[in-house]
Design a protein around this ligand. Structure first.
Ligand code: EUG
Length: 606
């Protein structure tokens, strides 16, 4: 019952590994209330039959689960025969995508298993090879907008690594590093650093802090301090291979070595790359570097500027590039369209507009004019770090450059109320994880999102091309456009989240069609995505096809060598094991809502 879900107490840290820190509890309670207020999707309370993965008979599957129970203990194996509950960000399911863009029964697990150690992960991998059952590891399953906890192959057994493997194994206050297990969220890492009184250590957190540090880093996620590129900041992995071997990368390969978290490469080929955005191994430990607090807690200043015209984007990005590359702009700055600013108020779109099609810009501008942000087209958020004398020079340069754009305004934070979005950006850029970003989900009833995330150099012309192609497609499919440019060191991630009502098949289809069209349009112009949703992985992978698909051929060669039985996360990132190839498993435009192919080959015969 939706009612029951809405009333349940929100799990808190440290009681529950995926819980909310107490400093955010009141905020989470308000967020949850708002989400359930806009929820119209009925909860189906019927028992479901578990989805059996293709290639195994029903009886054999249940025998295999008995075998798994014997290995792990019955309490650590759950059959997914219950009604699918979507929950919400803090109480999300581990059986499916709680923001399903396809029919919700497409990407579902048959069962969930909870390993308690790398040895148990090895045991599960051995089990999967014995019974030829696809397994799909999640760290915590909060990759929302990219598929959440859902497996790519229907009926896979999800390995929820985080439930029992959620220890912070080390925080080193001298080296500024840590070593974590899959179930450690940015919230949890932040809380533990505070608890130990290490005020000199900062965590680099994404827009929302509930995700797994390992999960986000392996998917090459982004945060907003100068350490924003998470993959670049990790050091050392422990991995269970699809055939069951346990290995450590980098310096971790040397027994007795103390440099695992301080030097990422070790000796020989740098193997870590093949374990990110892939299906080549299950990461059970990861080292992460921590940023030094840049000299006293008050030693940073967050700036917010607004610009009046949509066309200012081009000049603005040209201004940002040299400032960012030379580190005058020090963090992953964001340039957001004003529509997102209005949406992050948390109010539903129908408060502003009830017509069909994209919300008219004059409506958005009128609303923005009523807020402290004011009437504008773009809002810039960026941080400057270090003591005042260091900051001043950089901030003056930035200010002078931005003011070359007519109508540029600097918003004085002193006029902004406490729960203004600006303060959330301010905290996140100072390594304090937050929850504010959730608010724009309420734009639609049953608000769900899926991200289009192309990367490009920091160039005005690229920004305009990508923004214009997105605008054209959003207009065509009647979708409101929410672009945010996240400026890395030499490139920018354009993040466009399509918000849709997941209970409305027409809106789901519009979101899917728009996404597919944008991926194709972008590829035709030479742009690729840095990351994508499960249902788009085949299409995105197919755009990285230089020299007759040489990269995918290489990926498949690796897959066949490392996972001969094809049991680990088949299809993840478009990489299919031999036994699934040429059987219609790839999801492309013509697949519609169908995520499955027609059978799998027998690896024992081939
Ligand atoms: C966001 C940022 C991302 C991403 C998905 C969502 C935030 C949206 C920079 O990367 O991949 C406000």
């Amino acid at each position: 019952m939706a009612h029951e879900e809405a009333k349940a107490r929100i799990p808190v840290l440290p009681e529950t590994h995926s819980g909310i820190p107490t400093y955010l509890l009141a905020k989470a309670e308000r967020a949850k209330e708002a989400i359930f207020q806009t929820r119209t999707k009925p909860t189906n309370d019927r028992q479901r039959l578990p989805v059996i993965p293709q290639g195994i008979e029903r009886d054999k599957f249940f025998e295999a689960l008995d075998d798994l129970r014997k290995r792990l203990g019955a309490e650590y194996v759950e059959v997914n025969d219950k009604p699918l509950r979507d929950g919400w960000y803090m109480e999300h399911p581990n059986t499916h995508d709680c923001m399903a863009v396809l029919d919700e029964e497409e990407l579902v697990a048959s069962a969930v298993v909870y390993p308690g150690s790398p040895a148990e992960v090895q045991d599960i991998v051995e089990w999967a090879n014995k019974h030829l059952i696809p397994i799909f590891p999640i760290s915590m399953g909060r990759n929302l907008g990219y598929g959440g906890a859902a497996p790519r192959v229907r009926g896979s057994v999800v390995l929820d690594l985080g439930r029992r493997m959620n220890k912070i194994l080390d925080i080193n206050p001298d080296d500024f590093t840590c070593l974590v297990e899959p179930g450690v969220s940015f919230y949890a890492l932040y809380e533990e650093i505070k608890r130990r009184g290490y005020d000199h250590l900062w965590v680099d957190t994404p827009d929302l802090g509930g995700g797994s540090v390992i999960g986000n880093t392996l998917d090459r996620g982004v945060g907003y301090t100068p350490y924003g590129d998470h993959w670049a900041c990790h050091s050392g992995l422990e991995v269970v291979l699809p055939t069951g071997e346990l290995l450590r990368t980098g310096m971790g390969a040397m027994p007795g070595n103390n440099t695992w978290q301080t030097f990422p490469y070790g000796f020989g080929p740098y193997s870590d790359g093949i374990f990110s955005q892939s299906n080549y191994g299950i990461v059970t430990k990861m080292g992460m570097t921590l940023m030094p607090n840049p000299g006293g807690y008050e030693s940073f200043v967050h700036k917010m500027y607004t610009f009046p015209n949509e066309e200012d984007l081009e000049a603005l990005i040209e201004i940002i590039r040299p400032l960012r590359i030379s580190n005058i702009l020090e963090n992953v700055a964001q340039l957001r369209h004003v529509t997102q600013t209005v949406a992050v108020s948390g109010r539903p779109r129908t408060d502003f507009y009830t017509g069909d099609g994209p919300i008219p810009q004059d409506v958005i501008r009128r609303e923005a004019a009523k807020t402290p942000t004011g009437d504008c087209a773009w809002v810039y958020y960026g941080m400057s770090y270090g003591p005042p004398n260091i900051r001043q020079h950089k901030l003056a340069l930035v200010d002078a450059e931005f003011r070359r754009i007519p109508g540029c305004r600097r918003v004085d934070p002193a006029v902004l109320p406490e729960d203004e979005y600006f303060w959330s950006r301010d905290r996140v850029a100072a390594g304090v994880p937050d929850l504010h970003e959730l608010r724009w989900c309420n734009w639609m009833p049953n608000g769900s999102h899926i991200a289009f995330s192309p990367v490009s150099p920091i160039r005005g012309a690229d920004a305009m091309r990508l923004w214009e192609l997105a605008k054209r497609r959003h207009d065509e499919f009647g979708i409101d456009l929410f672009p945010a440019f996240c400026v890395g060191l030499r490139e920018m991630h354009l993040i466009i989240e399509i918000i849709f009502d997941r209970d409305d098949p027409k809106r789901r289809k519009a979101a899917m069609d728009c996404m597919r069209a944008m991926v194709d349009d972008a590829a035709a112009l030479g742009y690729g995505e840095y990351r994508t949703h499960l249902v788009l992985m085949d299409q995105v992978a197919s755009t990285y096809n230089w020299n007759d698909g040489a990269l995918m051929k290489f990926n498949e060669k690796l897959k066949d060598a490392l996972d001969p039985n094809g049991i680990l996360a088949p299809g993840r990132c478009g990489i299919w094991p031999k036994s699934y190839r040429n059987r219609g498993w790839e999801m492309l435009k013509e697949s519609g809502e169908r995520s499955e192919g027609t059978g799998i080959g027998d690896v024992r015969v081939e």
